[in-house]
Design a protein around this ligand. Structure first.
Ligand code: SF4
Ligand code: SF4
Length: 129
């Protein structure tokens, strides 16, 4: 793990991303526009704001000083619970997919990648639940 690389990537997007993170009021209005949130019976882990706050948000809060285990946990979130479809809508103009994509880029730069939901049978499995 290379913390300096993470910090550098965070720094490059700091102004816009920090603004977005600060603007998120946690209102959950974006939740119902995420089809994965709908498919998983409104499991809060699929709320777009949850995904962002617990990945990119966490990276900024810890100044990029996350453990390998924490980074793996973020990979689970940004790959397994989001497909970057861009359907989520935030009335405050927060671009959720863009933030999740940055979290993925940062993790990839650390040699970490996750599994897409459709590659393990979701969301079709969830549909059948
Ligand atoms: S991203 Fe937007 S809609 Fe979603 S919780 Fe934050 S402020 Fe509300
Ligand atoms: S981009 Fe991710 S969070 Fe937004 S609607 Fe698609 S799967 Fe849900």
């Amino acid at each position: 793990m290379n913390t300096a690389v993470i910090q550098d990537m965070l720094q490059q997007h700091k102004k816009r991303m920090k603004l977005n993170l600060a603007a998120c009021a946690g209102c959950s209005l974006c939740a119902e526009s995420c089809f994965l949130f709908e498919l998983h019976d409104h499991d809060p882990r699929y709320m777009p704001s949850f995904k962002v706050l617990n990945s990119l948000g966490k990276l900024y809060r810890t100044h990029g000083r996350s453990t390998q285990e924490q980074l793996q946990g973020m990979a689970e979130i940004v790959w397994r619970t989001c497909v970057l479809c861009g359907r989520c809508y935030c009335p405050f103009g927060i671009d959720i997919p863009n933030m999740i994509a940055l979290a993925r880029d940062i993790l990839r730069a650390q040699g970490i990648a996750g599994v897409y939901p459709h590659s393990i049978g979701e969301p079709d499995d969830a549909q059948g639940e």
